[in-house]
Design a protein around this ligand. Structure first.
Ligand SMILES: [Zn+2]
Length: 179
């Protein structure tokens, strides 16, 4: 069960797998995540539980970004203006963890979210052309109006997540954590 890092129906400005011509320069088969077009300072929430790790690449790449990982999954939340959790902190799904921004290699304010499936702490299917990143829009589709699916290929490892049944109100049940 994974939440979108932004409540509601945020605008998707680039979905998974798009623009292979651009991302070939990074060694990817296309965009390796989802971009949300949100203004700087928008609160970003933890998509899932995990341990926080902050990296600051300055004006390069992802800029200021937060990695949230546990044994089963890893999220990278990038181009931030601020991380609001401590290094090594245990964080829980739905916790506010950062403020979006426009840091790193970015053409405008947005949040980039990369999601990877892990098994016992190891990223699965790293040779999928996206360094193991998968199209997380399929896992969060209940909370997004737009059809984000973009020619995605799913691994066997993704199947167990895709097969999950979601209660349509589960996100709302946690609304207090998003106040
Ligand atoms: Zn992006």
């Amino acid at each position: 069960m994974i939440f979108s890092p932004l409540p509601g129906t945020p605008l998707i400005t680039q979905s998974f797998g798009q623009n292979p011509d651009v991302y070939g320069a990074w060694g990817f088969a296309g965009h390796n995540g989802i971009d949300f077009g949100v203004s700087e300072g928008t609160t970003v929430y933890a998509p899932h539980d995990g341990v926080a790790h902050t990296v600051n690449d300055g004006s390069a790449g992802y800029g200021l970004y937060l990695v949230i990982t546990d044994a089963k999954r890893k999220s990278i939340l990038a181009h931030l203006s601020e991380v609001t959790v401590s290094e090594g902190q245990n964080i829980y799904q739905g916790d506010p963890v950062a403020k979006s921004g426009n840091s790193g290699q970015s053409t405008g304010p947005h949040l980039h979210w990369t999601y990877k499936i892990l098994r016992n702490g190891t990223v699965q299917n790293e040779s999928n052309g996206y360094d193991g990143a998968v199209d997380v829009s399929e896992f969060t589709r209940l909370w997004l109006d737009q059809d984000l699916h973009f020619d995605a290929q799913y691994t066997d490892f993704a199947a167990e997540y895709l097969a999950m049944d979601f209660d349509s109100d589960v996100y709302l049940k946690n609304a207090s954590r998003h106040a």
